[in-house]
Design a protein around this ligand. Structure first.
Ligand SMILES: Nc1nc2c(ncn2[C@@H]2O[C@H](COP(=O)(O)OP(=O)(O)OP(=O)(O)O)[C@@H](O)[C@H]2O)c(=O)[nH]1
Length: 322
């Protein structure tokens, strides 16, 4: 796991004691290719990643300064591949006809053979390739719909792929979880209820959630609009995102990692505030042992409580949240 550090834009105030800095752990989840890595990269590294590389795990560090208080952020990027083995198993079982003629020479056929052999982790990495082969057979939208379909409704942990076993390792001791979806792919918003809310409630039920609509620039992108309208779809509206956020009792924020660094900063600003407020509440509960199912140690951080009120004021100044 690589560690990246950035404090470029976030300097300590003169005279401030660095030992006073607070620590927050923020985990970022969401469907594959919805924009998690770009979000983190823009915030922590100040640049938009040019090439898409599927994430297994990445760990970033950055620091934030709010109202003269320095806050060290530990940022965890996770894999969005959760439906891979289900999708591929389903393709294997039901739709091998789509790939008929495959004698082992067709790459998709080989991928499916891997699936049959149970090499789901490896298969996950080639999932995009399977979809692209399906695209050739049945067209893009059908392939995507087929692979995503209503899998989430039926997904259970007993048949979850490799990444579903690995991702929960990120959750312990998290102060906030950012659930991302892609504004240009409505099905990724559906996954918030089908997948992410449940997973977070299982592994860290007391952790604050934030819902983030990524790629807001694509809401008005002509190609995106045409492609979606061909399938009688539209980009996710602000109101739809906001309604989902209400359902999961989370703040809602949108951003474009490609167009607006400020929108990305706002997200981490709000996430940091959520962490601080959460710890403040924990302290008020008299450091109660109401920790999560799999979190055995949640350090008490009285210093977080001290700045909580100021940070709330700061939030009001610079962020627009629900
Ligand atoms: N137009 C636009 N494209 C974006 C934005 N953010 C990310 N992308 C693109 O979306 C694709 C996926 O981005 P990632 O950040 O790697 O997605 P991810 O959620 O980390 O994906 P996994 O690692 O598979 O879970 C890449 O091709 C990015 O260039 C954005 O704000 N606007």
């Amino acid at each position: 796991m690589k560690e990246r550090r950035s404090i470029q834009k976030l300097s300590l105030q003169p005279g401030m004691d660095p030992s006073q800095s607070l620590k927050c752990k923020i985990v970022v989840v969401g469907d594959s290719q919805c924009g998690k890595t770009a979000l983190l990269h823009v915030f922590a590294k100040d640049c938009f990643p040019e090439n898409y590389v599927p994430t297994v795990f990445e760990n970033y560090t950055a620091s934030f300064e709010i109202d003269k208080q320095r806050i060290e952020l530990s940022l965890w990027d996770t894999s969005g591949y959760w439906y891979v083995s289900r999708a591929c198993a389903r393709i294997t079982q039901e739709r091998s006809d789509l790939l008929s003629g495959g004698t082992g020479k067709c790459p998709a056929d080989r991928c499916l053979r891997w699936a049959s052999a149970g090499r789901t982790a490896r298969l996950a990495l080639t999932f995009g390739y399977v979809v692209s082969c399906l695209c050739q057979a049945v067209g893009f939208q059908s392939a995507v719909h087929y692979c995503l379909g209503d899998l989430g409704l039926h997904a259970s942990h007993s048949c979850s792929p490799y990444y579903d076993n690995v991702r929960p390792l990120s959750y312990p001791d998290s102060d906030a979880v950012i659930i991302c979806f892609d504004i240009s792919r409505p099905e990724t918003l559906d996954s918030v209820l089908k997948k992410w809310k449940g997973e977070i409630q299982e592994f860290c039920p007391n952790t604050k959630m934030l819902l983030v609509g990524c790629k807001s620039d694509l809401r008005t992108d002509l190609t995106t609009l045409v492609e979606l309208s061909n399938h009688r779809q539209t980009p996710v509206s602000y109101d739809q995102g906001s309604a989902m956020a209400k359902q999961i009792s989370a703040p809602y924020i949108e951003c474009s990692a490609v167009q607006s660094e400020n929108s990305v900063r706002d997200i981490f600003h709000v996430a940091t505030l959520a962490c601080v407020n959460k710890n403040n509440k924990n302290i008020k509960r008299n450091k109660s042992a109401r920790s999560t199912k799999r979190i055995s140690h949640m350090p008490s951080r009285p210093d977080l409580a001290a700045v909580s009120t100021d940070l709330r004021k700061d939030k009001a100044k610079s962020c627009t949240v629900m």
